[in-house]
Design a protein around this ligand. Structure first.
Ligand SMILES: [Mn+2]
Length: 337
């Protein structure tokens, strides 16, 4: 038997940092990804689907989302087994197709028993036992699951939801696995997202990347590149294998010379048109040649910088930051605030 393990679809969630047209696209893609998920399940001989919580982002979501989702469930026709998470705990689901199972206790599909974790002591050694839960097994907080205290000796697969990245650890006779979310929803959810497919004959599983768009943070060290074209080229090179469908944040790092042509607006303009979403952050630092400055006579800049350097109330990093902003202001550049 093949089981698809998904969680944290957060239907209806939207990254508020996106602009109105990007939000519209992302919301309509959430519906598409739902139907794509069930198409994948049909095309790949999946016998049951597990949704380990946070299917819906809030208890109040649009009727359209619910309709599209449950139509896809009905069309799939095989069991879709659901538990609620911390986001959809309060969600009342009134009408749903027969093959949608809100798990209470356990269900048996042939030799495989799927349980909600409330009756672990009743699991049988000779069954293949899958337990479905929603919470955080790694850090203590409101949603903490202390898996050491679970009677999981006969558990073959603990299907988890809550953390939005695929990861796993040993548990019971097998593994505790987070499948992650289907698609990231912010720069704190970078990289590949998807679901896990479990084969209950071999009890082996694998992650399937499925997100159409990914959030990516790309660091670009611009040290030694002082001409505008050189900096652009460096960014270009770093973005080489990134899809234009992705949401990209470039972070400039390293150091640059005082006379560098680091024109942030122009760099941003250049790449904004190419990606679904592009943002530029500047964490590079100016390299100030104090020896050269000392030799400058009657220079306002030299005088200002030497005052900053002599100020004992400032830490070294504050001195660097204030010097950098001062030089930018004197040059009429964008301020790196
Ligand atoms: Mn959650």
């Amino acid at each position: 038997m093949k089981i698809l393990h998904t969680a944290d679809l957060h239907l209806g969630a939207i990254n508020r940092k996106l602009n109105a047209s990007q939000r519209k696209v992302v919301l309509s893609e959430q519906l598409k990804i739902c139907s794509d998920l069930f198409s994948y399940a049909k095309d790949n001989g999946i016998d049951a689907l597990l949704i380990c919580g946070d299917l819906f982002h809030t208890s109040e979501i649009s009727a359209k989302i619910e309709r599209v989702f449950f139509n896809a469930v009905q069309d799939f026709s095989k069991p879709v087994i659901y538990i609620s998470g911390n986001h959809d705990e309060e969600k009342a689901i009134f009408s749903y197709p027969e093959n949608f199972v809100i798990l209470k206790g356990s269900v048996r599909l042939d030799r495989v028993v799927i349980s909600d974790g409330s009756n672990l002591q009743t699991l049988q050694k000779e069954d293949k036992n899958i337990v479905v839960m929603h919470g955080d097994i790694f850090s203590r907080g409101n949603d903490y699951i202390d898996i050491k205290s679970l009677k999981g000796d006969f558990v073959d697969y603990l299907a988890l939801g809550h953390l939005h990245s695929y990861c796993e650890r040993d548990f019971g006779r097998g593994n505790a696995v987070y499948c992650g979310t289907l698609q990231g929803n912010g720069f704190d959810e970078c990289g590949d997202k998807g679901f896990v497919v479990l084969d209950t004959i071999t009890m082996s599983h694998h992650f399937v990347p499925f997100a159409f768009r990914r959030y990516k943070i790309v660091d670009v060290d611009i040290s030694g590149q002082n001409k505008f074209n050189e900096i652009v080229q460096k960014v270009e090179y770093a973005l080489n294998d990134i899809s234009t469908n992705d949401l990209v944040r470039v972070v400039l790092k390293g150091s640059y010379e005082e006379n560098s042509e680091k024109y942030l607006h122009l760099i941003e303009e250049k790449f904004k048109a190419r990606y679904f979403c592009f943002e530029l952050r500047d964490e590079s630092q100016i390299k100030i040649d104090f020896e050269k400055l000392k030799a400058e006579k009657l220079s306002f800049k030299a005088e200002l910088l030497s005052l900053i350097m002599q100020d004992d109330t400032l830490s070294d990093s504050e001195k660097t930051q204030i010097s950098q902003i001062s030089i930018e202001a004197l040059r009429g550049d964008d301020l790196s605030l």
